[in-house]
Design a protein around this ligand. Structure first.
Ligand SMILES: Nc1ncnc2c1ncn2[C@@H]1O[C@H](COP(=O)(O)OP(=O)(O)OP(=O)(O)O)[C@@H](O)[C@H]1O
Ligand SMILES: [Mg+2]
Length: 398
């Protein structure tokens, strides 16, 4: 099988998964479906999708967006706020997101375009052309009248059977630094709650727990607004379904041992599942994914993860020979994220032991570890980092 006849690569490392490849998350979907149902019946809701980097927040939000239009008559607007720092930026990106949003019913698209006609540039063959200048000029007004803007949007769609909106604010790393954002979100929710006719709005924020904490730090009442939905690593069955579904979509069978290894090394992390799947896809030469394909793919994946996700600094600083063997011992020890100094020390030889305190201090300084509550307890700040260390110890430093 050469590269031309391989078919479409069903893996999407580095971007939210398209709806047709979305897998699992039934529990989370069920919980959010309740909120969606409330909004469909007219009651506003706010949820915070949280979970660590790469766990699948944006993918789940994207799937729910599709789901809520199909099943519950809500129109979703998925706003990626990367790079946004001010409320004007937020307003700008929201208008752009409304125009670019994939909406399934044509008549709705038409109405939205009429509503926002002045922000549409010259027609192009490739979807909507946003007139950025016009959007920018109006952004401050839209930011100030954000709720009326959303109300007007829904008003235009009501005839089309739309019962509510789902506003997804994603990639909030930059904007949560701005104190005004916390106040904005709280006011939006409160203003809507006391309105004579509240807008059926599902407000959904996506971010790691630290971002929610930042927001609360800026304005404590934010804590009471949201239902928190935590996304955890996938269960074994979900992971297997993912690989099974992805490979079978291009007619490939997965052998049991191959499946086991992909599951084991991705450990429930969708981000790693896609990286591994992608590498294995390119290693495979026939109609069956076997152990050999997977082993080769995992080595590639480990290198990829190491160079991309671990801060270059951590990687460079701690890769020295001096620390290699300590890393290896950590990799071989059975703990998830947290370990105690004493329990690892038992596995170290004399020279490793001598360097261990130093190693821990440096790893802390570099942000790889934090101290835990127990005496001598250390915790990996990210599971991806912990996993990379396993990868690296197994495959590169042997
Ligand atoms: N339910 C799922 N089914 C299949 N693939 C998924 C699923 N959830 C996430 N992924 C994949 O995992 C990777 C990370 O997902 P996503 O970008 O949604 O995570 P995130 O939590 O939003 O990450 P970040 O914190 O970086 O924004 C992507 O490659 C995505 O395609
Ligand atoms: Mg995301």
């Amino acid at each position: 099988m050469d590269n031309l006849t391989k078919g479409i690569n069903p893996f999407y490392p580095g971007q939210p998964v398209p709806v047709e490849y979305f897998t699992g998350r039934m529990k989370e979907i069920e919980r959010i479906t309740r909120a969606i149902g409330q909004v469909e019946n007219g009651k506003p809701q706010a949820v915070f999708l949280t979970g660590e980097y790469g766990i699948g927040k944006s993918s789940l939000a994207g799937f729910l967006n599709f789901f809520a239009e199909k099943n519950n008559h809500l129109i979703g607007i998925h706003v990626f706020l990367g790079g946004a720092e001010t409320l004007d930026d937020l307003a700008e990106k929201t208008v752009e997101a409304v125009l670019r949003q994939q909406i399934y019913e044509e008549s709705r698209v038409e109405k939205i375009r009429n509503f926002l006609a002045k922000y549409i540039g010259q027609q192009s063959l490739f979807g909507v052309n946003v007139n950025f200048q016009a959007v920018k000029a109006d952004a401050p007004n839209i930011a100030k009248g954000f709720l009326p803007f959303l109300n007007e949007l829904l008003g235009r769609l009501k005839d089309d059977g739309v019962k509510g909106l789902m506003l997804i604010l994603d990639e909030i790393n930059g904007i949560t630094r701005n104190k005004q954002f916390s106040h904005f979100v709280k006011s939006l929710v409160d203003e809507n709650a006391v309105a004579q006719k509240p807008l059926p709005l599902l407000l959904m924020l996506c971010g790691v727990e630290e971002r929610r904490r930042d927001m609360i730090g800026h304005h404590p009442p934010v804590e009471r607004i949201f239902d928190i939905i935590e996304i955890n690593p996938m269960e074994d069955a979900e992971t297997e379904t993912f690989f099974e579904k992805s490979f079978s979509s291009i007619g490939l069978k997965v052998e049991d041992r191959a499946m086991y290894l992909m599951r084991f090394y991705s450990a429930g992390f969708p981000k790693l599942m896609h990286i591994i799947g992608d590498k294995v896809f390119w290693e495979n030469k026939d109609g069956v994914i076997d152990e050999k394909d997977v082993r080769a793919g995992i080595v590639e994946a480990a290198i990829d993860v190491g160079s991309k996700f671990i801060d270059q600094q951590v990687y460079k600083a701690l890769k020295s020979n001096l620390y290699k063997s300590i890393f290896k011992k950590l990799a071989q020890s059975h703990f998830d994220l947290s370990f105690t100094k004493a329990e690892i020390e038992k596995t170290l030889d004399a020279s490793e032991k001598k360097n261990f305190s130093n190693f821990l201090q440096r790893a802390k300084k570099l942000g790889l570890l934090v101290s835990g509550e127990e005496k001598g307890e250390y915790i990996f700040t990210s599971r991806l980092a912990r996993l990379y260390i396993n990868f690296a110890a197994d495959f590169k430093w042997k």
